[in-house]
Write a protein that binds this ligand. Structure first.
Ligand code: ISE
Length: 335
């Protein structure tokens, strides 16, 4: 089958990483077109990969030379680009979050239903990480009995200047919200946020760290520490405690060293290195599935559910109250 012609909207850090992966690691596709509000950056990427540069991202989305779209633009641009992609009837891979606001997610889900089939996949790459995949297998086969609790942490080394208390939940925490729902195969019932002592390395007006607490419909209690200033590296931990046992997320294999009287293992510096395998598996599978005409990865509904929980957590962070997460009925397209 011919190479899938991919158009990428957004050539910032994650966009360039995806373009590199799709060009060098994933077979069966090529980067046909790129666009970005930073035209110089997009022009350079276009030249490097022999792709067409589009000044107007909507023109790229509609182009007959583009079969499928990858959206890696800034978070606030996701919703309108997804809707343009759906109107063009194209397969879309949209980086997380699906959108920044709940009504935008609702609109995307409505538009996709009008298309009559699933066209959109959200970039929740952790679902492809071999460690989480094995944890899900063990939960499913009953190895730890009924899950009761999850303890997790999500620590970034330092944060970009644009990071703030709200984005800590909506941009970082959203991965946790999605992966716990996927692991436990349950929707959420309620949530709140606990604010520990302030890390003096964070901006004075930024709440860092934070502890997100989510309770599933069946009563599983989840606590996740979200930190933007660990000071030592990028660290993702997850332990699921069940009635019969407990399972912990492994870090990707790293050599255990004993040198000059010190016993140590390196810590991952950042999320690109921690999840590089997951990103690669995710994109390879997406390309294969788009070519068969049926995508099965994280759906627009999953993106909506994650945004809804993130939004409820953010409101709870502001007023300190535990809140119900009100889940609408799931449309047939997503069952
Ligand atoms: C970033 O946007 C990501 O998506 C990373 O996976 C996450 O760990 C980080 O906290 C986010 O800021």
């Amino acid at each position: 089958m011919e190479n899938l012609k991919i158009g990428v909207v957004g050539t910032g850090a994650i966009g360039r990483e995806h373009i590199r992966r799709l060009s060098e690691k994933v077979s069966g596709c090529r980067i046909a077109a790129v666009s970005d509000i930073n035209e110089t950056a997009a022009g350079e990427v276009a030249e490097k990969y022999g792709a067409e540069f589009y000044k107007d991202s909507n023109e790229l989305i509609r182009s007959k030379d583009v079969d499928a779209i990858v959206i890696t633009a800034g978070d606030p641009a996701h919703a309108s680009l997804c809707i343009a992609g759906l109107h063009a009837g194209k397969f879309i891979f949209c980086e997380k979050p699906l959108a920044t606001e709940v009504p935008e997610c609702e609109k995307i889900v409505q538009e996709e239903q009008k298309c009559g089939k699933r066209l959109l996949q959200v970039g929740f790459m952790r679902r492809y990480d071999p460690g989480y995949v094995e944890m899900k297998r063990l939960i499913r086969n009953g190895s730890i009995g009924t899950p009761l609790m999850v303890h997790a942490c999500h620590r970034n080394m330092t944060h970009a200047p644009s990071m703030n208390s709200d984005l800590s939940i909506r941009n970082s925490g959203i991965h946790e919200i999605d992966i716990m729902r996927w692991l436990l195969e349950e929707d959420y019932d309620s949530c709140d946020v606990i604010i520990p002592k302030h890390n003096s390395h964070a901006d004075p007006d930024m709440q860092d760290p934070q502890i997100m607490r989510l309770r599933t419909k069946s009563g599983v209690e989840i606590d996740v520490e979200i930190a933007q200033n660990s000071g030592y590296g990028y660290d993702i931990q997850c332990e699921v405690v069940g009635e019969l046992g407990t399972i912990k997320l492994p870090d990707p294999a790293k050599v255990d060293k004993k040198i000059k009287g010190v016993h140590f293992v390196d810590v991952n510096p950042d999320w690109e290195s921690r999840f590089s395998e997951a990103y690669e598996i995710e994109l390879a599978k997406w390309v294969d599935e788009v070519k068969t005409g049926k995508v099965t990865g994280p759906s627009a509904w999953d993106g909506y559910m994650a945004c809804l929980a993130a939004d409820t957590l953010s409101r709870s962070r502001v007023d300190g109250e535990r809140k119900k997460i009100i889940i609408p009925e799931k449309p047939a397209l997503y069952i």
